[in-house]
Structure formats: C-alpha cells, structure tokens
Design a protein around this ligand. Sequence first.
Ligand code: 6PG
Length: 235
Amino acid sequence: MEELSLAAASRFEELASSRVAQGKNFSAALSGGSTPKRLYELLARPGHHIPWERVELFQVDERCVPPDHPESNYKMIRGALLDHIQIPASNFHRMTAESQDRDESAGKYAQEMAQVLKPGKDDWPRLDLIFLGMGPDGHTASLFPGSEALDEQVLWVRPNFSARLGNFRLTLTLPVLNAASDVIFLIAGADKAETLRDVIEGPTRVSQLPAQGVRPVEGRLTWYLDQAAARLLVR
Ligand code: 6PG
C-alpha cells in the first residue's frame, strides 16, 4: 500500500506542477473509502512542492451523512489532508450530501463545477485528474452494480441509491469521469483480485461491473495496483 500511495502522490505532484507551470490552475477529484487515505496523508507531508493555492479539489462522491460523521468522505479527506496543507478554503469543494434535498445539492455542486472548470456550452466539465477506487463488487465512485445513475447521460452529479447498502450517495456520473484528462484507479487488497481481473480482462458488462465504464474519451487511464489486487492479472 505504501509504494502505491507514494507513486500516486508523486504523480499528483507532477501533474499539478506541470499544469501550474502552464499558467493554469489544477483541478482534481478525490475519492473516499479507505484506500486513498494514505495517499492524502503523503500529499500533506512537507517536502512536496504542490502549489495548493492553484489547486481546486472536488469530491468524486459522498455518503449522505453530516461532514463530521465517521462515514463522511469529507471528514476523512479533511483529517488526512486539508487540515495539514495551506489551501484556500474556497479551493475545496465539498458535496453537501447531508442535505434533505439531494437533487438540489447535486445541482448546486454541478454549478460549482461549472464556475471553476468553465466547460464549453454542452460540454462535460473536464477535471485534470480523478482518483478512483473500486469495491469488491466492481463499483467505483458511488456507481453501484445495477444502479440507476450508471446510465446517466445528462447530469454531472446526482444522488444514487445503493440496494446493497440501503442508502443514497451523491456521485459524479460516468460521462464526467470519462471527460477527465487523467483517471487513476488506486486498488489494493486480495479481496479485489477476481473482480479486477474481470474488469480488466473480462467481457464488458458495465451494469454488473461499473468500473468497466471508466474509459476516458480523450484522457489517460492508469491503474495503480498492489501485488495482492493484481495477482490474477495476466502479466
Ligand atoms: C466511497 C468511495 C468508493 C470507494 C470504494 C473502494 O465513498 O466509498 O468513493 O467508491 O472508492 O468503495 O473503497 P475502499 O478503498 O475502502 O476499498
């Protein structure tokens, strides 16, 4: 896990620095769950030359709980990263998923993305980098197998119900994930090896394996895997 997280942290720094060197701000979307936490901790460590004042951070998805709830992705990201770096508060864009009106929250988040990312008319917003994880069931972001949001072709962000978890999440949709310049999957652990093999080497069945739906249109897709997760892949 450490090697994976170190590699991802230096890739973040590389992409952010080159974007800022071009005189532009760098935008990235961060996933929740347990795998990226070490990456966020490493990004917060001194010694990185990340121009945080020129970095706009978004969330890939969020659980419908308050921001100080143990299940909150924001809480994890804040504790591992935000509390330890000099980033302007307005540069972190939190999903207000605790709100009763989830559709309204999703709409507000899309507006915030539009203000910062300034996509052309009818274009999808283009993030410079998105970090994704994958569950043992093949879900990514909060796009679960057989869930409604998997087929979304209009909204950038929307609520999505997980039958397995029995609750809602807010999530970026596949077209937004696929509009990014760089998408990096961070996947660790033996419990994901079979699913990962099916996602990468198996027949395409996005409704059952949502991670297969991540295919950047013009961008780059990179897999950062630990040995345990990669053990069944054909080398
Ligand atoms: C979340 C995530 C989700 C996560 C996977 C993998 O809110 O849970 O964004 O998509 O990436 O569930 O989670 P782990 O890293 O904990 O295995």
